[in-house]
Design a protein around this ligand. Structure first.
Ligand SMILES: [Zn+2]
Length: 125
């Protein structure tokens, strides 16, 4: 199904296609822990940015591969390009409107990124 999503101030808005039961990922790496966000990783083709391209700012660190995008106005990271899936998009399920009624949460050990990254590769294919 198609979900609508946005940042808090709604300057950034998007649509994403995902299963009715959303399969979210919880990661324990340094940035995910501090941001407290979950991940819904989809292929690029299932994501459509409706508005706000020019209202996004990018934060990078370490290898710089992940593009942590956030709204310049409200600071909310509603989606970004993850290092595990640079050909895909990771949507923050907390930014979907309305919230998915059903969601599973699987843990990803991002503290040991190198040995675990391949387990998420299929999500953007
Ligand atoms: Zn915003």
């Amino acid at each position: 199904m198609i979900y609508k999503g946005s940042c808090h101030c709604e300057a950034v808005a998007f649509e994403v296609e995902a299963d009715k039961k959303v399969a979210a990922i919880s990661c324990n790496c340094s940035i995910c822990t501090k941001a407290g966000i979950l991940h819904l990783i989809v292929p690029r083709s299932k994501f459509n940015l409706i508005k706000g391209k020019n209202n996004l700012s990018t934060y990078t660190f370490d290898t710089g591969e992940a593009k942590h995008l956030f709204c310049k106005t409200c600071g909310i990271k509603s989606f970004y390009i993850p290092r595990t899936n640079p050909d895909g998009i990771s949507v923050n399920p907390s930014c979907l409107d309305p919230q998915p009624k059903e969601m599973t949460i699987e843990k990803f050990d991002g503290q040991n990124w190198e040995i675990n990254a391949h387990t998420l590769e299929h999500l953007s294919k």
